[in-house]
Write a protein that binds this ligand. Structure first.
Ligand code: FRU
Length: 490
């Protein structure tokens, strides 16, 4: 049977059993989801594809799931875009990207071949080939007859075809380029660039970025784009050698600098992390409707166990974030489109708290909390999703200049971020059923934590020492009301 139809039939039959979805984060219709793929704006809609196993809540049998939206809150599921039905992708259609050419949407993805997929890995038998699929309507895709378009023939000596994946494609002038993750024969990660005039015939250009040998890293899902006159390179890191035991659980990194096409190298001016939590991986960007740069990431980590009994999907996407460059930092803010779904229900100004005083805020499991702190001596704690002693905690200590982030749910390791000691500090916190995303100072740093455990609804701010808070705005998520309003307006 046709594998796309088989997936669609299965989804149609069982999707009714899926419930307990988050309020405003994207989840697959059913089954397992990892990386965002093919994130693009095409013919009036945002398209999001994703690594998808429709048949189970664990990674396997990878297809490209597909959904569209205009506002990143209301998504329409579309039929499966790619299934692993060819000899060059028979063990999975791995990550890749999308680009528009001549009014058509091109997907560039990695065909994965591994005869021992769920058994003992034999690198000699693994192949990762780059492939193209094309669509007129953005819904039905035809795999190109020249696939694979990048294979052994195009990959130079010194690199391993068994770890060669995740093409991110862009256009520069008359040419197309893509960056790809690769492992070299010294077992270290690099990012390779290829070029093409038609998206079908590709030539190796250069290795634009190399990991440090001692770091033992594979640089997965590279992305390259320009924003605010700067070139930016993104990648997500995994250990290159399985015996590596170091802590790399939260390294989704960015580098700001210059891509020099002539010298074939990305010259780094500054580097940073996209997220300080451990549940954010493989983000991908696209140019938005208005020329802005938008990013969405997989809100999970590879070591995440299956969700508890009764939840029939496994995997969520982060809120999409709009990117900009400020100084030597990449700034990330939740996209504007979602803001109308949160309406301020309570606003407090110039709040003074005594030592050990607790200020309860409206209970809930989803919403946006904005806190503005001018007090440079303040020491206080925000507790979210509180139930008894359990909570997600955000502790602000302006005296020592620390922001401590922790969660009693899931297996998040606590982290401490530096706070500037001068000026005011702003926190924007988006909480949903299974996640909390914190944006510090208008997106200078982001922390994402997730857990499918049952969590409480309590929300409060307490003071460790007497302090004052300039502003607190709490805005619950309002989809039902918004839908009614939309209905009335029509
Ligand atoms: C990253 C990744 C990619 C690969 C995909 C497979 O999370 O390992 O490198 O293409 O997942 O599903």
């Amino acid at each position: 049977m046709d594998k796309i139809l088989e997936a669609s039939d299965y989804i149609k039959k069982y999707k009714g059993n899926v419930d307990k979805r988050p309020h405003f984060h994207f989840t697959p219709e059913i089954g397992w989801m990892n990386d965002p793929n093919g994130f693009s704006f095409f013919k009036g809609n945002y398209h999001l594809f994703y690594q998808h196993n429709p048949y189970d809540v664990v990674w396997n049998n990878i297809h490209w799931g597909h959904a569209t939206t205009t506002d990143f809150i209301r998504w329409s599921y579309q039929p499966t875009a790619l299934a692993n039905d060819k000899s060059y992708d028979e063990n999975g259609c791995f990550s890749g990207s999308a680009i528009q050419k001549d009014g058509k949407l091109y997907l560039m993805y990695t065909g994965h071949i591994d005869p021992n997929l769920n058994g003992i890995k034999n690198e000699e038998q693994i192949r990762q080939y780059q492939c193209i699929a094309v669509s007129e309507d953005g819904i039905t895709f035809a795999k190109h007859e020249n696939n694979p378009v990048i294979a052994e023939r195009e990959l130079p000596e010194g690199y391993l075809i068994c770890d060669f994946r995740d093409p991110k494609v862009w256009q520069e002038g008359d040419m197309y380029y893509c960056v790809l993750a690769v492992r070299n024969t010294n077992r270290r990660g690099e990012i390779l660039m290829f070029s093409s005039s038609d998206l079908i015939e590709w030539t190796f250009a250069s290795s634009i970025y190399q990991s440090k040998p001692e770091d033992n890293l594979l640089l997965e899902c590279p992305d390259y784009f320009q924003v605010d006159g700067k070139d930016v390179l993104l990648f997500s890191t995994m250990p290159c050698d399985p015996q590596y035991r170091g802590d790399i659980s939260h390294k989704t990194a960015y580098a700001i600098g210059k891509l020099d096409y002539r010298q074939g190298q990305f010259f780094v001016e500054s580097e940073g992390l996209l997220d300080y939590g451990s549940n954010f991986y493989a983000p991908q960007t696209t140019e938005g409707e208005f020329g802005e740069r938008l990013l969405i990431g997989w809100m999970q980590k590879w070591t995440q166990a299956a969700p508890p009994e009764g939840i029939l999907f496994n995997g969520m996407m982060s809120l999409p974030r709009e990117l900009s460059v400020r100084g030597n930092q990449l700034i990330q803010r939740p996209v504007k489109q979602i803001q109308s779904y949160f309406a301020a229900a309570s606003m407090l100004e110039e709040v003074s708290l005594l030592q050990d005083e607790v200020l309860p805020l409206p209970e809930g499991d989803s919403g946006h909390l904005h806190v503005d702190i001018a007090d440079e001596e303040g020491q206080f704690m925000i507790e979210l999703r509180k139930s008894g002693n359990q909570a997600v905690r955000i502790q602000v200590d302006r005296r020592s200049g620390k922001l401590e982030l922790s969660s009693d749910y899931g297996d998040e390791q606590p982290v401490a971020l530096e706070l500037s000691r001068q000026g005011s500090i702003e926190l924007d916190i988006y909480m949903d059923l299974y996640s909390v995303e914190l944006f510090l100072n208008n997106g200078e740093k982001v922390w994402t934590t997730t857990s499918y455990e049952k969590q409480g609804r309590g929300l409060s701010i307490s003071a460790a020492s007497a302090c004052s808070i300039a502003k607190i705005v709490y805005a619950p998520f309002l989809l039902e009301q918004t839908e009614q309003l939309a209905g009335l307006a029509e």
